[in-house]
Design a binder for this molecule. Structure first.
Ligand code: ADP
Ligand code: MG
Length: 482
């Protein structure tokens, strides 16, 4: 662009800018693809197009609002960071929906870059069903919600609390509408994998290309129904619903107290089951506990297979974390995983959220994941999951950790094997509770407060001398900390 200014005009300038942006963009895309993997990239990001730069902000286009929102939520920060790294002047990324051609990639998109946002086919994520008859092809776009491609059987970690529900879901995906499994009713607390299993059933069936599948939340079902009443198209709505082979309604408890919608669902339900179609529903309670649901509906809901998902166990949480960490490609030390599994016990969604944040941090700053960093990055989540720790709990955890008997915390035995853990427990009691030294002494077999002082000093000395020991104590402290 130096010299030869005669031929220089605004169009040439714009073209040059565009091709420079395209080069940056294809580099960013390549990096994104490497980070998130081919499947995820193709599903969510491939159709993104690059738009104009305005001062420190670049606009990116996506073909649908759904994709735009998804990309913004999941990748917004990352896109911003990548652009900034590539072009330091860019500090912000604006995501917009553009159904028309993407200005920057129209025509001659670089091969490594994104496909045009004008792609005629709907985005992968919105293809809900692969169907044989064209009739049902309409069902998929305006009737059902998209299936999340991440929620498959492969990515579902099976353990004691969910193995039964998992087996039932697999069975339904293999042979929909088998007697005894229709309807399949999945229930359990928030964030334990109900939606994941439903999507997995859907994806599996769609992958096999055998049937048409419609998945939607009960809430959406209700809105669709109300909208159909308003636009006087309830017949069409019913026909659409009744034309699917597998209908999945998520979070059915939402229909409690919504009598008309329940009624409609009941009729749809009966019509489908009578026609040999499969129904899968989820709720937060078992059919018999769904008070506020019509009796006949509850009865019908319970007459197929009812499978509950129990609260996670420590073992399951560890397996889930291991699987998700491995999939992320970021090395997360076992100690950090253990720590998270101890601290975040509420549900898988929170556990996953915590891990994702750690991983994002590691990616963004290129720093290894450590216990320290974990504590820092997850400060708020950990606080919310914190409880007040008691001396008894400290004794139990420490005894478990070093494999000694709990009674040895207050026994008179003085061999190092038991004395050392006992000292650590005293030290942690001093650190983590507001108990006085004499009180602590009393809880450890009526020992004198000077013994506690000695223990605290000794542990501090040892921590300085022996990093492995220090790490053990640190780990215990973080696990217990309130
Ligand atoms: P629910 O619908 O029961 O509230 P979800 O299915 O939405 O819960 O699960 C919450 C999150 O936890 C999802 O991201 C899901 O993938 C993940 N998750 C839940 N259970 C498992 C599991 N067993 N293995 C892997 N991921 C899981
Ligand atoms: Mg759910």
């Amino acid at each position: 662009m130096t010299g030869g200014l005669e031929g220089y005009d605004e169009v040439a300038e714009a073209n040059a800018q565009k091709s420079i942006l395209d080069i940056h963009w294809s580099r960013i895309c390549a990096r994104l693809k490497a980070e998130v993997g081919e499947v995820e990239y193709n599903t969510w990001l491939r159709q993104m197009g690059v738009g104009p730069v305005d001062e420190d902000e670049i606009t990116l286009y996506l073909p649908t609002r759904f994709l735009r929102d998804w990309v913004r939520g999941q990748y917004g920060d990352r896109l911003g960071a990548l652009w900034h790294a590539e072009v330091p002047a860019i500090r912000r990324v604006e995501l917009q929906v553009a159904r028309g051609a993407s200005p920057a990639t129209e025509g001659d998109a670089p091969s490594a870059g994104p496909a045009s946002a004008a792609a005629a086919t709907p985005p992968v994520a919105e293809v809900v069903a692969v169907v044989e008859e064209p009739r049902a092809a309409e069902v998929r776009s305006d009737l059902a919600a998209p299936l999340d491609p991440r929620f498959t059987f492969d990515t579902f970690v099976v353990g004691k609390p969910n193995e039964f529900a998992y087996a039932c879901a697999r069975r339904v995906a293999e042979r929909p509408s088998s007697p005894g499994f229709n309807p399949l009713f999945l229930y359990g607390g928030v964030g334990l994998g109900k939606t994941h299993l439903m999507h997995a059933i859907g994806s599996e069936l769609v992958r096999e290309g055998r049937v048409s599948v419609a998945y939607m939340s009960a809430e959406k079902f209700m809105y669709r129904f109300i909208a159909a009443i308003r636009s006087q198209s309830t017949m069409e709505f019913k026909e659409q619903l009744r034309s699917v082979d597998v209908l999945m309604i998520d979070d059915l408890q939402f229909l409690i107290g919504k009598d008309n919608t329940q009624e409609e669902f009941f009729h749809t339900f009966n019509a489908l089951v009578d026609a040999g179609r499969q129904i899968v529903v989820s709720a937060d309670k078992s059919p018999s506990d769904l008070s506020g649901m019509e009796d006949r509906l509850r009865t019908r809901l319970g007459c197929g297979m009812v499978a509950d998902i129990h609260a996670t166990t420590f073992e399951l949480r560890i397996s889930i974390l291991e699987a998700k960490a491995a999939a992320s490609g970021v090395e997360v030390p076992a100690k950090v995983l253990e720590f998270l599994a101890h601290k975040i016990t509420s549900n898988v969604r929170e556990l996953e959220g915590a891990l994702n944040r750690l991983i994002a941090h590691a990616n963004l700053f290129g720093r290894p994941v450590t216990l320290e960093a974990t504590q820092d990055v997850l400060h708020d989540i950990l606080k919310a999951n914190n409880r007040r720790v008691t001396i008894e709990e400290i004794q139990r955890k420490v005894a478990e950790h070093w494999n000694i008997r709990l009674t040895d915390m207050s026994s008179a035995r003085r061999s190092t094997v038991v004395a050392r853990p006992r000292q650590v427990a005293m030290y942690l009691s001093k650190q983590l509770t507001s108990r006085s030294l004499p009180e602590i002494g009393r809880k450890f077999g009526n020992r004198d407060h000077t013994t506690v002082i000695y223990a605290v000093r000794r542990v501090m000395e040892l921590m300085e001398q022996d990093p492995a020991f220090a790490e053990d104590v640190e780990l215990l402290r973080r696990m217990l900390e309130s």
